[in-house]
Write a protein that binds this ligand. Structure first.
Ligand SMILES: NC(=O)c1ccc[n+]([C@@H]2O[C@H](COP(=O)([O-])OP(=O)(O)OC[C@H]3O[C@@H](n4cnc5c(N)ncnc54)[C@H](O)[C@@H]3O)[C@@H](O)[C@H]2O)c1
Length: 327
């Protein structure tokens, strides 16, 4: 399915990922990009630049109201199902977060079915692996949930449930889907709702104020940081390629420790401050020990996707964006 001239709906369109995805769709020549958002979490700022393009339509709507998603989906060729609650907002409001991540996606799939939309690309997460340990974490690695903190388990299971719903709608109704397990997404227009990207942002803010960066624990905890532009390209490829019915990791495959993140931000700032180690008292943290090693082989084979932006380059872009914003 070529993107040029086609109509796409992005639920949760005012999101970090949605705003970059809309940029990518417009650049690829999409005929219309509909951004549906209730603004329960997202901010109008994130998409302000997009509204200057006459191909963009902002729809204030709630995916918990089937009629609103259905109306927004009419005539769309594809839906990017991004509306969702990450672990931090889920912890703040589990009653709403659980509904959005489950019933909200169910409504989106219903809307796709009734509106005759061909394909849905669903924003799953590597949180769906839970605490699984393997040489490499590939899409067929069984999840391990029992050892997770309750909120990480609820979030991870909500994404697994979403993948199951996608498979069910494909089986019962022939709806095409690809479910993408994003790792820790960061970049320009970063918000404060993502545990791991927040660490980059907070480290930068401390260094900028001349304060020593803080590392919780021993600094060996690793995450897989992926730049948002790479995620947007992956979403586009998952929508436009011939292949569907897949669950795919969208991850770099590179484990980066908290201590390494701090060093990367220090280098980007040209600072030589010594990090300060503190006990880990974070109320919400994502799964991840000292090794993750997500495989990106399937995404490369199925949708021809590989990440392009290194952590150094991504941090440089993030800082440039942050510097251009008012304090
Ligand atoms: N950011 C990451 O690191 C990451 C990692 C893995 C998966 N994901 C998933 O990708 C998606 C997008 O992530 P993001 O960081 O860009 O999210 P985000 O928090 O920036 O945006 C989510 C958007 O969904 C909207 N929303 C929430 N409930 C809604 C509802 N009922 N109706 C309409 N809109 C609603 C919010 O207002 C917000 O604009 C989410 O589903 C998230 O779980 C993100």
């Amino acid at each position: 399915m070529t993107v040029a001239g086609r109509t796409y709906l992005i639920t949760g369109g005012a999101s970090l990922i949605g705003s970059h995805l809309a940029d990518a769709l417009l650049e690829a020549g999409a005929g219309e990009v509909r951004l549906l958002d209730s603004f329960v979490l997202g901010a109008p700022d994130t998409i302000a630049h997009l509204l200057e393009d006459r191909r963009v339509r902002l729809i204030r709507g709630d995916i918990l109201r089937l009629g609103e998603v259905l109306e927004a989906a009419q005539g769309a060729d594809g839906i990017f199902a991004l509306a969702g609650f990450l672990t931090i907002p889920m912890h703040a409001n589990p009653a709403l977060g659980v509904q959005v991540n489950t019933v909200g996606l169910l409504n989106t799939l219903e809307a796709a079915r009734f509106a005759g939309v061909r394909r849905v690309v669903f924003s799953s997460s590597v949180a769906a692996y839970g605490d699984a340990q393997a040489e490499t974490l590939a899409e067929d690695t069984p999840p391990v949930i029992a050892s997770l903190s309750p909120i990480s388990a609820v979030y991870g299971v909500s994404k697994l449930f979403g993948e199951c719903l996608c498979r069910l709608y494909a089986q019962k109704h022939g709806l095409e889907f690809n479910a993408l397990r994003f790792s820790s997404v960061y970049g320009e227009r970063q918000h404060a709702r993502a545990v791991n990207a927040n660490f980059i942002a907070e480290t930068y803010e401390r260094i900028r104020r001349g304060e020593r960066p803080v590392i919780v624990g021993d600094g060996r905890e690793v995450h897989d940081y992926i730049h948002v532009s790479d995620v947007a390209r992956g979403c586009l490829a998952a929508m436009s390629g011939a292949e569907h019915g897949h669950v795919l990791n969208l991850a770099t495959g590179v484990d980066t420790s908290l201590a390494e993140v701090v060093q990367a931000v220090l280098r980007a700032c040209g600072a030589t401050l010594q990090p300060e180690y503190r006990p880990d008292t974070r109320p919400v943290r994502s799964a991840g020990g000292n090794r993750l090693c997500f495989s990106r082989a399937r995404a490369e084979a199925v949708i021809g996707w590989t990440p392009r932006v290194s952590l150094e380059e991504g941090i440089r872009r993030y800082i440039a964006w942050r510097e251009a914003r008012p304090r």
